[in-house]
Design a protein around this ligand. Sequence first.
Ligand SMILES: *Cc1c(COP(=O)(O)O)cnc(C)c1O
Length: 386
Amino acid sequence: MDSDSDAIGFNSPFLIGSELEYVRTAFQNHHASGDGPFTKRCAALLKAALENATVLLTPSCTAALEMAAILLNIKPGDEVIVPSFTFVSTVNAFVLRGATPVFCDIRPDTMNMDESRLEDLITARTRAILPVHYAGIGCEMEAIAPIAARHGVPIVEDNAHGLFGQYRSKPLGTFGRMATLSFHETKNFSCGEGGALIVNDPELIERALIIRDKGTNRQQFFRGQVDKYTWVDLGSSYVLSDLLAATLLAQLEAREQIMSKRRAIWNRYDQGLREWSKSVGVTCPTVPDHCEHANHMYYLVLNSLDERQQLIQHLRNLRITAAFHYTPLHLSRMGLATGRQPARCPVTERISDCLVRLPFYYDLSLDDVDRVVDAVRSLFTSSTHG
Ligand SMILES: *Cc1c(COP(=O)(O)O)cnc(C)c1O
């Protein structure tokens, strides 16, 4: 038990109820490694939610992105277009195969890849476009998809934040040739560490199964298609343990309950902060009307780095943990060493300095949300702010 009983953390893992019973069942099934009964049930549930896509559970979103890079045969000299404002793995997975990152700036409203800048970044060497649905709010796929199609470049959606979100009534994760999910502790649905590769192009499925199974055709062996299995392609250990799939299934089955609690938290923040924010020049999240978002996070954009740091410190003094987010990848050591130059992403740089994420997790009470709201507002009425 936390001795700091009135402290409000930024994130906290939660139990929805049936996780431990399911893990016990997994042991009783004598199947703790990958691709057991719980993996199959998670995959079936996600398939039904994602327009019949093939869903392969992986140990992380990072692993799923690495699989995507292998599946696209990424090699040295190939370029991949990624937002600079994202998690390292979105791009590192491709740089592992030798790709050159081409960093795209973001829109100042949704923090998503700025589709108006995309086409200028495409060259004859572009091999993938990686939209990230930041905060579970869909990128402008209506603009991005035709640009990608016109140039014959596949899209891989990094949907770590946005499972069950929609863009124009179509599920996030169903727009790209592939998409990835994360079930890390900080995400909406979690088994501690976990992820998935969503394969929307049936032609990629067979090879995806091989890559996920250490480069072997063991799946074909299990199906009786070959009489022994062997090393046939690149691959790695990209299978999720059924113990973790059991944990994950419990949460996925409770998705309505989890999503409605998260929606309540998001709405409570929004009710407490949106009107007020206008009076102090702070910005709340923009959710376009055509996006049904996944209620992954609530953030504020302050007016300067100083002001953002003041708010984080002010909340810390009130025993509330708030967090900044991504630092610009185009300015990181690896981004500078590997990225195509010049990379100009001024919006990313400003947002990276000015954005702060408020506490957000399933077990957060609405009373605690109110406490955070009051705490945020109090900075701007206290005499120390200036
Ligand atoms: C969390 C996250 C990842 C990485 O997820 P893991 O499951 O921890 O590998 C990748 N991309 C984005 C946008 C994320 O938020």
